[in-house]
Design a protein around this ligand. Structure first.
Ligand SMILES: Nc1nc2c(ncn2[C@@H]2O[C@H](COP(=O)(O)OP(=O)(O)OP(=O)(O)O)[C@@H](O)[C@H]2O)c(=O)[nH]1
Ligand SMILES: [Mg+2]
Length: 321
């Protein structure tokens, strides 16, 4: 049992690409126990200096748009191209409905059997900040284990898609054709984050609708301010069940990677993401330190009492803390 507390066990195992040790290391970084958090930090420092040439793909879209089916079919194409792929899921609803994780596993049945594929469901609890931290660190562990294509799937229902766009190199939005309102609950802000939109289920009787949706979205994207990278977001259609349009999606990702590598944006974006993560968690730490400070606790208690007794000078009270 001693080895389970030994960071080198995890570091060596992860760097050797050992899947069961990778899984255990992820469980440790997801754990809130202080003892685990300490080992987690040592593991992460131990794997920090590996050569990173991965591509991080974020995928979002409303429930049922076909994310898992897309990843199953697109993943097979990536494997044929000799990528090792890791699929991570962020599901903000998974606390309540454990069902969707199970659903994902059955929908990625072929992919999950591949030796070059690692599938990890969403951490099942925690704040969005906590989930972001765990997902980021899990991604680093997967990269250290040799996975060079990281896919993060999230349901397009809340803030989690903004978070995924901040953790990844490329943000892919999947959309349905003709499902009532063409914007089907996906906020304009999310569309603005997209590096590409793919209209799913372009098969059978749905092909014409998919093609006209493609034209509409292409027009809508055209009206948005240009992307910071200079990249022009693309709109495509695909059928994951009939394996159509998936090679084109790959070509777009490849073009994007070449484009942003050549203009320097790729590493600039990663650096900015690191700075954002740094500031976000620094603020969390400052908040915690501030509220846990005994002197502050007393002053805050007195200020609250004063407000309860009718003091309305809130900003004066704050200035005196
Ligand atoms: N005709 C057709 N059906 C598809 C296609 N892709 C997915 N579906 C179906 O759409 C349904 C939902 O697909 P999923 O891949 O589970 O969708 P999801 O976006 O992962 O859903 P959640 O994980 O619940 O958010 C399933 O019944 C799929 O079989 C496609 O390319 N063509
Ligand atoms: Mg799914």
């Amino acid at each position: 049992m001693i080895k389970l507390n030994n960071p080198s066990y995890y570091i060596n195992g992860v760097l050797a690409g050992n899947i069961s040790i990778l899984s255990r290391a992820i469980t440790i970084i997801e754990s809130a126990l202080p003892a685990h958090q300490k080992i987690a930090q040592q593991i992460l420092s131990g794997i920090a200096k590996h050569n990173n040439t991965s591509f991080r793909l974020g995928i979002t879209g409303v429930p049922g748009v076909g994310k898992s089916t897309f990843i199953e079919s697109f993943g097979k194409i990536l494997i044929q191209k000799n990528y090792k792929i890791a699929v991570l899921a962020i599901d903000p609803s998974s606390n309540i409905s454990k069902g969707s994780i199970l659903g994902d596993k059955t929908r990625m049945e072929d992919l999950s059997k591949e030796k070059n594929v690692f599938i990890r469901p969403s951490p099942s609890s925690g704040t969005l900040g906590g989930v972001a931290k765990a997902t980021y660190e899990t991604m680093l562990l997967c990269e250290a284990a040799g996975y060079d294509f990281i896919i993060i799937e999230t349901v397009g229902v809340g803030q989690s898609e903004t978070m995924v766009s901040q953790l990844t190199d490329f943000f892919l939005l999947l959309m349905l054709a003709g499902a009532g309102d063409e914007l089907q609950g996906i906020k304009r802000g999310i569309m603005e984050l997209a590096d590409a939109i793919v209209i799913t289920k372009a098969d059978g009787a749905n092909i014409n609708k998919a093609n006209s949706a493609r034209a509409e979205y292409a027009h809508a994207l055209h009206l948005f301010p240009p992307n910071l990278s200079g990249w022009i977001p693309q709109v495509l259609t695909c059928s994951s069940t009939e394996n159509k349009g998936l090679e084109q999606v790959y070509t777009i990702l490849d073009n994007y990677k070449n484009y942003v590598t050549n203009n320097g944006y790729f590493f600039q974006k990663r650096k900015n993401q690191l700075l954002d993560i740094f500031h976000y968690f620094l603020l969390e730490k400052a908040r915690e330190t501030f509220y846990n400070n005994e002197q502050n606790k007393n002053k805050i208690a007195l200020a609250i009492e004063s407000i309860n007794n009718g003091n309305t000078s809130v900003f004066n009270l704050i200035n005196n803390i």
